[in-house]
Design a protein around this ligand. Structure first.
Ligand SMILES: Nc1ncnc2c1ncn2[C@@H]1O[C@H](COP(=O)(O)OP(=O)(O)OP(=O)(O)O)[C@@H](O)[C@H]1O
Ligand SMILES: [Mg+2]
Length: 257
């Protein structure tokens, strides 16, 4: 049965989507079967991998709110070799629509992912930058949360807030939810701030923080415009090396599987 991992941080622009795409791709390179769920109405993961190709294409919105079969909405991409459940702007109003439902509105995503879980080794959810009902759905469906933290001011405050939300979801909907790991992103060894923040985060969260951090690397921001993961775009760049290192460390934490 596949492990479900939510990549979450309510702070915007911290590297959630970049990590979702490149960790998924790194795992696929290690012959893991991966489903990447784009759970953000910005649709960045879908666009970054060219998973939305036609107007009216079924998306996660159709699956959650229009009873569209999840298997039929999933798109397979050859490069990288992963499946994607795409998203589009229609998801923007989903919070409000879901909120009107009676019971079980926190478990809508979980119920759908259960139908395909057996087909994958890992299901990675790219969460939106908010702590609303979509994020609660992702945390309720997930076995663990991977938290990207950008090496900048206020990084810790964001994480503290997210950890409180995680505790609440554990109490109310998902007692088994774990922290998968905390990932330092956009690390720049030349700036004092980056080094200070990284030390701070490591001091506060110890072993939960991955040894591998992701450097600021312009190739990582270019790859999505070509519809590629960093491994197809430039496997020699520092960004690719960092995400390959993270993939290894991630697999090691999961018992090599
Ligand atoms: N390590 C990096 N080096 C350089 N640029 C990066 C790196 N990681 C991400 N970026 C760029 O920073 C921006 C934000 O990254 P990303 O979209 O992954 O963050 P996000 O947390 O998903 O954002 P949002 O909260 O809006 O969903 C993007 O333009 C991305 O290409
Ligand atoms: Mg994103």
């Amino acid at each position: 049965m596949g492990k479900i991992i939510a990549i979450s941080n309510q702070k915007g622009g911290v590297g959630k989507t970049t990590t979702a795409i490149n960790l998924s791709s790194g795992l696929a390179q290690m012959n893991k079967k991966v489903l990447l769920v784009d759970f953000d109405s910005q649709g960045n993961a879908s666009q970054g991998l060219l998973a939305i190709t036609k107007q009216g294409q079924p998306t996660i919105y159709s699956v959650l709110l229009e009873d569209y079969p999840i298997e039929d909405a999933i798109v397979h991409k050859e490069a990288p070799n992963i499946d994607i459940l795409p998203s589009s702007i229609s998801l923007a109003g989903a919070d409000l629509e879901m909120d009107k439902m009676e019971a079980g509105k926190e478990e809508l995503l979980k119920r759908q992912l259960m139908k395909v879980r057996d087909q994958y080794d890992y299901i990675i959810i790219d969460c939106p930058p908010s702590l609303g009902l979509l994020n609660t759905n992702a945390l309720t469906a997930a076995d663990s949360v991977l938290i990207p933290v950008q090496c900048e001011y206020y990084a810790l405050e964001g994480v503290t807030q997210l950890l409180l939300t995680i505790r609440l979801v554990q109490q109310l909907y998902n007692p088994h939810l774990k922290i998968e790991g905390i990932l330092l992103t956009m690390f720049d060894i030349r700036t004092k701030l980056s080094v200070e923040v990284s030390q701070d985060v490591r001091q506060n969260f110890g072993k939960q923080v991955y040894q591998n951090s992701i450097p600021r690397n312009v190739k990582l921001s270019e790859a999505p415009s070509r519809g590629l993961s960093i491994f197809e775009y430039d496997i020699t760049c520092n960004g690719a090396k960092a995400y390959a290192g993270l993939t290894q460390e991630f697999l090691k934490r999961n018992g090599g599987n």
